[in-house]
Write a new protein. Sequence first.
Length: 400
Amino acid sequence: MAQLEQAATADPILRLALPEHLSNPYPAYAELRETDPVLWHEPLGSWVLTRHADCLAVLTDSARFASDWRRAGEEIPAPLLSVQTLDPPEHTAIRHLLLDGFRAQDRDALHGRLDRHVKELLAELAERDSFDLVGELAEPLALRFVTDFLGVPAPDLDWFVPMSRTVVDGMDAGLWPEKHEPAVAARAELAAYAGGWLADPPGHGLIGYVAAHASTSGVDPAVLRNSLRAVLHAGYESASRLLGNAAAALLTTPGAPAAFRAAGPATAVDELVRFDAPVQADARVCVTDTALGGVTIKAGDPVTLLLGAANHDPRRFAHPTDLRLDRAPNPHLGFGRGAHACLGASMAIRLAGSVLGTLATDHPGARAVAEPDHRRNLTLRGLDRFEVTLRPATGEEVRT
């Protein structure tokens, strides 16, 4: 930690990994946004953007800013070629196949199973003095919900969670290069696991749909396997981290549960995403010289978008540091925009709405027992542990 602190004193990006900024990066984002909104960061070898307008411009311009780094002459490992990393027109076939599969699912039945399970699990946890909301609620719920949607059994948490976290750690390999190779290996293992679904597909769920239509889709089988891995992994991580971040905001902000009930789940969760989104950063590579924010970004230059900073930009959001659960409209970038907007955004919102709505209505006494503990991830923001109780405070605890 001393080595990190020493390095971070001269590095506005690396300092985000310090404990005080892991718990609340938004003041540091604000300073960076106001002093150097289009920053060349030498250690990353990348431009860093923090304003909403600049980030939105890049996200919605796949002609000039690529997700597929092969367009800038980079070699991409085969396990990384998926719906997340390809650009149109190659991206179009796999995205359409997945979107058609999403639309074909019985959402009402899926949501009904989710709501019943949420109520049952929270009722069990209410019998405990306290519990870890991350490991005992957010992670198992997210994995069960995503795999139910896919139509396959949930993998063992003890195997899947460390694998998933290794992939997430690799997203910060620009700062910590030693995390890159383990992440590539983990992606490959998850892709092999997902490939097994296609060898013996279920008769229902997204996997069943994709397996039935793959031969006529024009999608490369390896890209399809990698994309199913991405749906599993991104769906799980986005949903579980959103649920943890949102619950922390809800249970540590005075009056928030009542405001949640008044605003309604959809509007309230949208604001919770803006307020503390799981996806804090995204990356593109410039393929055509482009003027942005008063700077010319050259072809071949990487661009890092600090979406967490953009979501707190006062030029786009009134009182951005306030949690306003009735905020509308809410044009946050928490699920991206453009060709690579998150496929499963509605699922993550539905899961969070079910859990937080049940907490706010069935367990109004829910409260934090300890401060939330954040993982040292800068690209995907999430909690390592968050001890809570569903039991109302006693008179003695209230006085304390």
